[in-house]
Ligand binder design. Structure first.
Ligand SMILES: [Zn+2]
Length: 261
């Protein structure tokens, strides 16, 4: 049976805030809301505020609510303006993760079925499903991670997908950021684009944005490079020795100097 998402779309007058770019999605990102609001309330809240935080779907124990069209980007991955998560993935928030319990279990079960349906519609395999953590290192979906169940969730999606007659693929172990993949760097970093954001914290969110650098500008010192999904998180210092963080793929930054692994 097809799951119908109930649409409660952000008005187009808010596209510049919530979903400024056209998108051809390549991935689905799985989140936990980290609160106890219903899907209806999650989407209403997102629609009504003016924060540059947005996602396509919220799922609770009863329904799937859609807040953005899937051909527009959303700000849900914390991997920056040019990040693959923010620019190429459909965001699915699973509700009631703060307290957990029966209604979270049901919400997660519905989300698993719904994500399998999105994959089937697109002819995708389960390898297209990423957890938020894979894009930016943020500890999300927190409840799934706390319970050590990410592989189980992916397997459940793969099983649903198979039942729908979709592409059958063995879930692959996702690549995640881990301290073991960090390297010490002595070099400098330059932005290849205008408006590259830098942050006060490694696991950053919009509230942690410190500023932006334009093309050709950067930081004299890079002290650490950590693989985060398809990008790297750089720990950098300015000329006064203050520390910041930038997450970007090689397309957006030039790092010169030596990397000691
Ligand atoms: Zn998340």
């Amino acid at each position: 049976m097809t799951i119908q998402a109930r649409q409660m779309l952000v008005p187009s007058s808010k596209y510049t805030i919530k979903c400024p770019y056209a998108m051809t999605a390549e991935y689905i990102t799985f989140h936990n809301t980290a609160n106890d609001a219903s899907a209806n309330n999650e989407i209403s809240y997102m629609r009504n505020n003016n924060a540059t935080v947005s996602y396509h779907f919220a799922v609770d124990d009863k329904e799937v609510v859609q807040g953005l069209p899937t051909n527009r980007n959303a700000w849900h991955c914390g991997d920056g303006d040019h990040g693959t998560g923010n620019r190429k993935s459909i965001g699915v928030e699973v509700c009631y993760s703060k307290s957990g319990g029966e209604r979270y279990r049901k919400a997660e079960a519905l989300a698993i079925k719904f994500i399998a349906q999105l994959l089937k519609e697109r002819g995708w395999g389960v390898e297209r499903v990423k957890k938020h953590q894979e894009w930016s290192g943020k500890y999300c979906p927190h409840r799934v991670l706390d319970e050590g169940r990410w592989d189980e969730v992916k397997t459940a999606i793969a099983t649903e997908l198979k039942a729908l007659g979709g592409k059958s693929t063995t879930p692959t172990k996702p690549t995640t950021s881990s301290p073991s993949s960090s390297s010490a760097v002595s070099g400098s970093l330059k932005s290849k684009v205008d408006g590259l954001r830098f942050y006060s914290k490694p696991s950053w969110e919009d509230k942690d944005v410190v500023g932006t650098v334009n093309k050709g500008i950067g930081f004299p010192t890079v002290v650490e490079k950590v693989k985060v999904g398809s990008a790297y998180q750089y720990k950098v210092k300015n000329s006064k020795g203050a520390t910041y963080y930038i997450t970007a793929s090689d397309k957006y930054v030039d790092v010169t100097g030596s990397v000691k692994s």
